[in-house]
Design a binder for this molecule. Structure first.
Ligand code: 5GP
Length: 180
C-alpha cells in the first residue's frame, strides 16, 4: 500500500477541499468583470487533481488547456523554458490562469509567466496549491497560494516521487528510507 510509505500527512483531503473553496472565491472576485472566457492552463502533471477541485467551483466562463514544461536549471534564470507539450489554443489577448502544484525554486513559474506574456496574454495570474518560500532562488510569487509549507519533500494530490503517489488524496511527507 502506497499509504505505508508516508511518514505523516501535512495537509489533509478536507483541508485541501476547504481551501479550494476559498481560493475559488478569491478568483471569482478577480474575474468578475472579465468579458472573455478565462483560459485555465494546468501545468502537467502535478496540477491535475488541484485544477479539477478548483475549477468546479468557478462560475465565470472558462476554457481549459494543459502544458508540460521544464525550466533550465543552469545558472541563468532569465525565463528559459523547455516545452515538452504545448497548449492547443492560443493565449493571445486572453486572460490566463496558470495552475501549478508547488512553487519551489520558482524557476518554472518565472519562465512560464514570461512565456505567456511573450505570447501576448492579456493578464496572467498564477494559482499554486503549495508554496515553499524558503527554497526560492528567483524573484516570483504565485498570486494565489493554497498552503505555505516548510522545506520538505512532499507527495500526493498530484505530486510524485518517481511518478508514484500522485493519486494520494492528501499531501504527505515521504519516509526518508523511500528516497535515500
Ligand atoms: P521550481 O521550478 O519552482 O523549482 O519547480 C517546481 C516543480 O518542482 C514542481 O512543479 C514540482 O514538479 C517539483 N517539486 C518541487 N518541490 C517538490 C516537492 O516537495 N515534491 C514534489 N513531488 N515535487 C516537487
Amino acid at each position: 500500500m502506497i499509504q505505508n510509505d508516508i511518514e505523516r500527512i501535512l495537509v489533509s483531503e478536507e483541508e485541501i477541499a476547504a481551501r479550494c473553496v476559498e481560493l475559488a472565491h478569491a478568483l471569482e472576485t478577480h474575474y468578475k468583470d472579465e468579458k472573455e472566457p478565462v483560459l485555465i492552463v494546468g501545468l502537467l502533471r502535478g496540477s491535475v487533481p488541484f485544477m479539477a477541485e478548483l475549477m468546479k467551483r468557478f462560475s465565470f466562463p472558462c476554457e481549459i488547456d494543459f502544458m508540460s514544461v521544464s525550466s533550465y536549471s543552469g545558472s541563468k534564470s532569465t525565463g528559459d523554458v523547455k516545452i515538452n507539450k504545448d497548449m492547443d489554443v492560443s493565449c493571445e489577448n486572453r486572460p490566463v490562469l496558470i495552475v501549478e502544484d508547488i512553487v519551489d525554486t520558482g524557476r518554472t513559474l518565472k519562465a512560464v509567466k514570461h512565456l505567456f506574456f511573450h505570447r501576448g496574454a492579456k493578464d496572467v495570474k498564477i494559482v499554486s496549491l503549495l508554496d515553499k518560500p524558503d527554497r526560492r532562488v528567483v524573484d516570483i510569487e504565485a498570486d494565489y497560494v493554497g498552503f505555505t509549507i516548510p522545506n520538505e519533500f512532499v507527495v500526493g494530490y498530484g505530486l510524485d516521487y518517481d511518478q508514484k503517489y500522485r493519486n494520494l488524496p492528501y499531501i504527505g511527507v515521504l519516509k526518508r528510507e523511500i528516497y535515500e
